[in-house]
Design a protein. Structure first.
Length: 150
């Protein structure tokens, strides 16, 4: 089944994102078809969100009493990437709730202006000790507000 033109997704533009994390593709990322395998994109998403949280949110993954768990991800592919492409992974906060955040993430190859892949990534914050949902820490919420989608 093909998507009708009115429901087909279009790639985001680099200007739609405020935080970027660089990632170099590796030889081992290529699959037998000569492009980066789809499973790697989820790793790119995870790496970029973690880099944002460490750099901007001052999150200490090893010692904080709250942790962010991934509960949902999605990815749409527009163009192939392959080693030795250099990537910029854009991250923005699409929805910030009481205990969860939905990030929108896009992969840009080399210096291209449109995304070759994009999707979303949902974190729920939980207490480390009991894994129960808890509020997003204020220092993280403050950082998220700076990359909120307008």
């Amino acid at each position: 089944m093909t998507a009708s033109p009115d429901t087909r997704k279009t790639p985001d533009h680099r200007d739609d994102y405020l935080f970027f994390h660089p990632i170099d593709t590796r030889w081992m990322d290529n699959d037998v078809y000569g492009h980066v395998n789809n499973v790697n994109y989820y790793s790119f998403f995870d790496t970029a969100v973690a880099a944002f949280l460490i750099e901007k949110g001052r999150l200490d993954f090893l010692n904080d009493p709250t942790v962010a768990l991934v509960i949902e991800t999605s990815c749409t592919y527009f163009a192939s990437i392959a080693f030795p492409d250099r990537l910029s992974v854009g991250v923005r906060a699409a929805k910030i709730g009481k205990s969860s955040v939905r990030y929108e993430v896009a992969v840009f190859k080399n210096e291209e202006a449109t995304a070759c892949a994009q999707g979303y990534f949902v974190h729920v914050y939980v207490e480390r000790a009991n894994q129960r949902p808890t509020e997003i820490p204020e220092r993280v919420r403050s950082a998220l507000e700076k990359i909120r989608k307008t």
